[in-house]
Design a protein. Structure first.
Length: 271
């Protein structure tokens, strides 16, 4: 796979491909290797999106695929006009919104540490990692192949930006975590693993993130450990009712979201 994908990186490094276009070429190159004659999937109405011409890629598709791409001009148009095989819609949408300048994503060729992802998210940004080395043909972190790893980042990006109400709540949650980072005992290996997952790999409704964090804090430490965490930040009483029968989401969710809004970064970017 490396010999297929490396030329795309050369185009990116020379400035001919943008970050989203490189990532689109990376995914399409991978899919065309895996599904040579059927990777475009179901077709939609052609949607015009300016960008790098797919015919100028240093790669040749199967003849039947090239026939299906007649009338398509750019890499971005492929994403807009086809449901790529084995690819969630969120991947196409994230790439197109990134290409249009609506999703402030950063292309990386390394795997960032969880706290680096946290810092990005407090500023309203997300990263997309593409592997361009020997690992491209193996499992990354023992879990996913390189294609799935990149798609996973794009799906998370779409979850982060697509629902703006959810996005604003997440900004507050990540800002709260960054502000109180020194409180957490990350020498506890099992807790640290769950903590890293919550801050970097679980884009979700802020209340759900808080519930998961509270559950880990209480399980590995104590209820008091959770209560002491935000005590100096004037938290609403509703925060301490999370994961209990007395919690009423219809009223308490908004109380917590209003509190979290104070922790949103002033330097954040908006989708």
């Amino acid at each position: 796979m490396l010999e297929v994908l490396a030329p795309f990186h050369v185009l990116y490094a020379s400035g001919k491909l943008s970050g989203p276009e490189f990532t689109a070429a990376y995914i399409i190159g991978y899919l065309s290797h895996r599904f040579p004659s059927s990777w475009p999937g179901a077709s939609r109405e052609i949607c015009r999106v300016p960008g790098f011409p797919w015919r100028e890629l240093p790669f040749r598709f199967e003849a039947n695929v090239e026939r299906r791409l007649q009338g398509i001009e750019s890499l971005a148009e492929i994403l807009a006009s086809f449901a790529l095989r084995s690819t969630p819609l969120a991947v196409n949408r994230a790439l197109l919104e990134w290409h249009r300048g609506h999703y402030p994503l950063e292309l990386m060729f390394r795997i960032p540490r969880p706290q680096e992802v946290l810092r990005q998210q407090t500023q309203g940004r997300r990263c997309v990692t593409a592997i361009i080395d020997a690992r491209v043909s193996s499992y990354i972190l023992g879990e996913r192949d390189a294609l799935s790893f990149t798609m996973h980042d794009l799906i998370h990006a779409d979850h982060f930006y697509f629902d703006n109400h959810c996005y604003e709540g997440q900004l507050g949650f990540y800002g709260l975590i960054e502000r109180t980072l020194d409180y957490f005992d990350l020498t506890h290996e099992k807790f640290a693993g769950e903590f890293d997952y919550v801050i970097s790999d679980m884009n979700a409704y802020a209340i759900h993130l808080l519930k998961c964090l509270k559950s880990a804090m209480v399980f590995y430490f104590s209820e008091d450990y959770f209560r002491r965490w935000p005590a100096h930040l004037n938290p609403p009483a509703a925060l301490f009712d999370l994961n209990t029968p007395t919690y009423n989401p219809h009223t308490m969710d908004q109380e917590i979201l209003d509190w979290l809004s104070a922790f949103r970064s002033e330097n954040r970017q908006s989708p």
